[in-house]
Design a protein around this ligand. Structure first.
Ligand code: AMP
Ligand code: MG
Length: 397
């Protein structure tokens, strides 16, 4: 079997992701990371009235320069009276502009003498935040399928909204396999053992998508136990993610157990890290069989399973941004697969360079943990120091 380009596998896998219709109304405080089930438009203007951008004096610009009587004091939150002709209003940041005033003069530029103040000339509109400068009634604030970030939640709150309709979270089962795996917290390692890290990184990746994790635990390399567990989680979850056991080794039982209860395609993806990837269904529930090596599991989850899960949940998949950065390393031998090299960034602007985070082995988790991003290297290309690379920030992967 030949290698399949990532784009081809992704297209075929994503074509099976039909958005589920379930939605729920949640409070804004519970909405971080969730996907909007409907577009939301503003019903009011923000700011709702003209207000002062500074602490100072509100005047009619035609009355200055000059020395004016201070006729009122307008702190934020108060309702100003109309400005008496030929006077100034003491005003503070965020306070409504009195009718009749059309400019604010900074307090630093004013000279105070008892109840009068000397003020310089002013341009009409200066230091005034106009009604609707930020948002006009009817403006769209968020789109259907958009992931809610802290700034979007603040934007919704700014028009008085306190709840929002989001897609119900998918239940995603995580199941790891391997006789060698020991759970963190369960004691020291015996000979031949390593700690189970994929169970935790995958759980964290799924939770970060606002989805619910069904913990399938870790299973020994035993076909019967793996088969039973697959049936159990297929019942409970909308999708299953497994790590390990999908290569062609004698101890790789996940693949066979899926095939007995459903179907799957196994791809040798033309990417590095992350060659073997299985996708199919077990007892009717979609399943991703990710490679066991921790970096491969992380990267294949991010590149393939994540977009599928987002789309299945009703979200819109936004392609990761790629930034041009010059290589601070050389890669003299061309690879046969598209490579995702873990890099740190140093310097700024033209002097910015991407450096490899040490060993690029798919078993080396520090290469990911230390990385600022991944440099994407096309198959068959070499890299010389100073060549332009495309880097995806790790936060966008
Ligand atoms: P496998 O795909 O099961 O052959 O596993 C490939 C490599 O990844 C082996 O070195 C495993 O020990 C390692 N591995 C598999 N699953 C995990 C896991 N959950 N946590 C850490 N390492 C794992
Ligand atoms: Mg294994």
């Amino acid at each position: 079997m030949g290698l399949t380009p990532l784009s081809e596998a992704l297209e075929r896998i994503l074509a099976t992701a039909v958005a589920h219709p379930e939605r729920e109304q949640v409070s804004l405080n519970a909405a971080i990371g969730r996907y909007c089930a409907e577009a939301v438009n503003a019903s009011i203007a923000v700011p709702p009235a003209d207000n002062s951008a500074m602490d100072g004096y509100a005047v009619a610009s035609g009355d200055v320069p000059g020395t004016l009587t201070i006729s009122q004091r307008v702190p934020a939150g108060s309702t100003p009276a109309a400005l008496a002709a030929g006077t100034a209003a003491r005003i503070f940041t965020g306070a409504e502009i009195p009718t009749g005033a059309d400019a604010v003069i900074l307090q630093e530029d004013a000279t105070l003498a008892s109840d009068r103040v000397s003020l310089p000339a002013a341009q009409p509109g200066q230091h005034i935040r106009r009604r609707g400068d930020d948002i006009q009634p009817g403006d769209q604030l968020v789109a259907e399928g958009q992931r809610l970030r802290a700034q979007d939640i603040g934007l919704l709150a700014s028009v008085g909204i306190d709840t929002i309709s989001v897609f119900a979270p998918l239940n995603v089962a995580v199941l790891t396999t391997g006789d060698e795996l020991r759970e963190p917290g369960s004691g020291a390692l015996a000979s031949g053992q390593i700690y189970n890290s994929n169970r935790f990184s995958l759980t964290a990746q799924i939770r970060a998508l606002g989805m619910t994790v069904v913990d399938g635990g870790n299973l020994p390399d035993d076909p019967e136990q793996i088969g039973d567990a697959l049936e159990r989680v297929a019942e409970a979850a909308d999708c299953i993610v497994t790590a390990g056991g999908v290569s062609v080794g004698e101890e790789d039982h996940v693949r066979g157990q899926i095939e007995e209860r459903g179907a799957l395609d196994v791809w040798k993806l033309a990417i590095k890290p992350g060659k073997p990837l299985a996708f199919g269904q077990v007892c009717g529930t979609p399943i991703f069989g990710l490679p066991g090596n921790p970096v491969s599991a992380f990267v294949t989850f991010a590149l393939v399973a994540k977009p599928w899960l987002i789309r299945r949940q009703g979200g819109v998949v936004v392609p990761s941004p790629r930034f041009p950065v010059k290589a601070g390393f050389a890669l003299p031998r061309p690879g046969t697969r598209e490579e995702f090299l873990r890099v740190t960034l140093s310097g700024a602007g033209e002097a910015m360079r991407a450096h490899l985070t040490g060993s690029q082995s798919s078993a080396v988790m520090t290469s990911l943990s230390e990385a600022d991003g991944v440099a994407v290297i096309a198959p068959g290309t070499t890299v010389a120091e100073g060549d332009w690379l495309e880097v995806i920030p790790l936060s966008a992967l």
